[in-house]
Design a protein around this ligand. Sequence first.
Ligand SMILES: [Zn+2]
Length: 411
Amino acid sequence: MKIVLLLSCIALTCAKRFDGDQVLTLFPKAPAHLKLIKEFGSIDGLADFWSPDSADLVSIGKSVDVRFSTKNIRVVKRKLEKVGMEYEVKIFNVQSLIDNQFDVPRKSKAALAYDYDVYHTADEIIAWSDDIAARYPSLAKSETAGSTTEGRDIKKLTLGSKTTNPMFVIDCGIHAREWISPAVCQCFVNRMLSSYGTDSQVTTMMDALTFIVFPVLNVDGYAYSWTDDRMWRKTRSNYGTVCYGVDPNRNFDAEWSGPGSSSNPCSETYYGPQCASEPLTNVLQDFITDNNGNIRAYVTFHSYGQQYIYPYSCKRQDAENADELAALAFDSTEAIYAVNKKTFTFGSGHATMYLAAGGSDDFAIDNGVPISYTIELRDEGRYGFLLPESQIGDSCTEIYPALDVISKYIM
Ligand SMILES: [Zn+2]
């Protein structure tokens, strides 16, 4: 019996299932509505906040996307109706979206090329980093920048015809469940390498800048989101509590442990036992401080929401160059719109989103990087974190000109 169970576990990967789970969009319009949402947030395991990141960040007049499990959904709806809060069911069955995200047919094994239109596992991305750099030895270098809590490699790719040019640092996969993010880093790297010498714009940028790409920073969390829990967001460290994981985007040295982050290890926005406790935080912080003065731009890709967010998010203050960040975000989001007519909005974190201390974009701007953005990729919530693979291609092609705008600006 044990053997049979074990075999079926391997076949089905034993991942947590989300049959009948729903994502509701709530429209809080009164203090009683806020109170109920915070009550939902205070019960461990009841509400999985998709947008914003936690109950603490909810405010009157801004819609909230939350996943509830099938066993709680009736009670939740009854409570919503009792306080008169409007809501709509955004996703009727989370599991069916998980099953349907793999909607691009796999290429036959005979086709040797890496497939950029599908999602890849952590192991595949690690192997790909070394493989693609080996294919373009004069333009790319793959290094292991650090090692995760569970011993996985954190890969760093250096792209460009020279390694001494001003740098543009791009990272993906800080949050595990935001799968479109690592997918965009991979297609971007492939585009810069495969188009060098044939596309004059790419060639110019690769001759003038050094691109540093971390294709997936939270490698443990990302791997766990494939094998065990598709909805996992944090790292996989454990500091002796019942709950695992630190929110890496609350772990940076930017008003660490301040507003919009939690001291509760079970919270999705847990800031960790100390600043930069997580290996990925250390890797990125060290890289930015070691290259202080040489990095002209930093972009961190997240999902979802179709937004450009710039500092500060950790305090109610604009960056000194807020006007410059707004103007460049305007040009960059216009470039996105021109490709697929997708609207991306922009604004400073504290003014347009909510206070969230300990984020990587704020750390970057405070450590010598003048241009710093968090870019929330597709979509606006129809699929949320479960964007189907069939949208990877368009997500990539709309981001290329947007990154080109920033590259040309800093050249
Ligand atoms: Zn994120």
